[in-house]
Design a protein around this ligand. Structure first.
Ligand code: ZN
Length: 187
């Protein structure tokens, strides 16, 4: 859709909530919102999907067979209310034949977060994508998030976070691996 058309839609949204889109303070707002949309909703554009570069899991003849963990933050929007949910992620995998650069984890998470989502599907989308590229011995992702649709409207519950997880391979089958992961991330 053309940016000019999107800006028109924002103006109509402003009208719909009771604003005057022509007042001075709001003049540039549709432009700014559209520019932001193009950034934070780029998860609909398959061309922006990061490619997962993998490397052989062998350096100087040594294969790494332990857990590799990455943690960070993510921001998404709930598909029921269109407001943000955001929080921390805890990702881990045990490599098989391939390893990946960890910066790719956060880029994949950003990509799948950049659209209307539900947290349950988000963990699965991310794990599916990384599992496909790495075929690891095990993979796990836990996401812990605040949902603004729960905090700023309706029940106004600010004291809760939603936790979703997806564990596969060794993280599902091997109790000590699972415990080691949960111990390290401490949630
Ligand atoms: Zn919601």
């Amino acid at each position: 859709m053309l940016n000019s058309k999107k800006e028109q839609i924002v103006k109509e949204m402003l009208l719909a909530i009771g604003e005057d889109p022509n007042r001075a303070g709001l003049k540039e707002t549709p432009k700014r919102i559209v520019k932001m949309w193009n950034e934070i909703f780029n998860g609909y554009d398959i061309k922006t999907k990061p490619h997962i570069t993998t490397f052989p899991n062998k350096t100087d003849g040594i294969e790494y067979d332990q857990m590799i963990i990455d943690t960070g933050y993510f921001y998404s929007h709930c598909e029921h209310h269109g407001v943000p949910f955001f929080g921390k992620y805890y990702f881990a995998y045990i490599p098989n034949k391939k390893i990946m650069g960890l910066s790719k984890v956060s880029r994949i998470i950003d990509y799948f977060s950049a659209k209307l989502q539900i947290q349950e599907r988000l963990v699965k989308d991310i794990v599916d994508e990384i599992e496909k590229a790495l075929k690891p011995k095990g993979i796990a992702l836990v996401m812990k998030a605040r949902h603004l649709c729960k905090e700023m409207r309706g029940v106004k519950k600010i004291d809760g976070e939603m936790i979703t997880s997806d564990t596969r391979g060794a993280f599902r089958e091997n109790l000590s691996t699972r415990e080691e992961f949960l111990n390290v991330i401490k949630i």
